[in-house]
Design a protein around this ligand. Sequence first.
Ligand SMILES: [Zn+2]
Length: 264
Amino acid sequence: MSSSIVFVFGLLIGSFLNVCIHRIPKSISIVFPNSHCPKCKKEIIWYDNIPVFSYLMLRGRCRNCNSVISPRYLIIELLTGILFVMAFNKFGLTRDSGSILMFLSVISLFSFLIVIALIDLNTRYIFDVTVVPLALAGIFLSFIIPGRQPLLALAGYLTGGAVFLAVAVFSLAVYRQEGMGMGDVKLAAATGTFLGWQGVLYMSLLSVFLGAIISGYLLLSGKKKRMDPIPFGPFIVLGTFIVVLAGDKITLAGNYLFPIFLKD
Ligand SMILES: [Zn+2]
């Protein structure tokens, strides 16, 4: 399997993730109906719905009404393709079932996280319909992937939830405003089912660190005001990407801290 096939597969999944990002907050089915132009409501024909290619051919405009289509669709598709290739380079993909399950588990985790981060950015809300299936998937996969331990997944769930619950209570007590919502707590817990308790601790450190730097920059540069809420979900997502793709490199202790992502 070559990385270009994985990339094209990532683009196709990215196209589907765009649909999820758009429809989940509105409680519309992610399967039916087919995609429509948001302006003129005309159904998009399959050949105008090919990831990246159609966008470039139509120069980012609707074929029917000529209104501009957000480049965001293109960016999400490319981002998904790139993350899938990074997962492929990191974990490989051979014919043995353990390797296939491992790769599938990483790309499903990434797909959920892309949807969750983008919906949080758009709506400042993390939906149960995204985090609950993610947690269940992590627990389920820990039973079927060779080398993974269900107890470690459960410990990751509890650790992620406990750390972020503590941060939420702390920020409420100190800043007297909700810095972090229950959605963030549930998301951190769900990522813990994939990362294990060690991985989720690293994710917590990374995401709080990234959150502090980036919100500090947004406040200092005047892009955000003191009381403007900054969604925290994207930082949890960013922290998880880093731990999964580079966790073994950022720890002096090495790979054994992340037994869940060990190759056999
Ligand atoms: Zn249109």
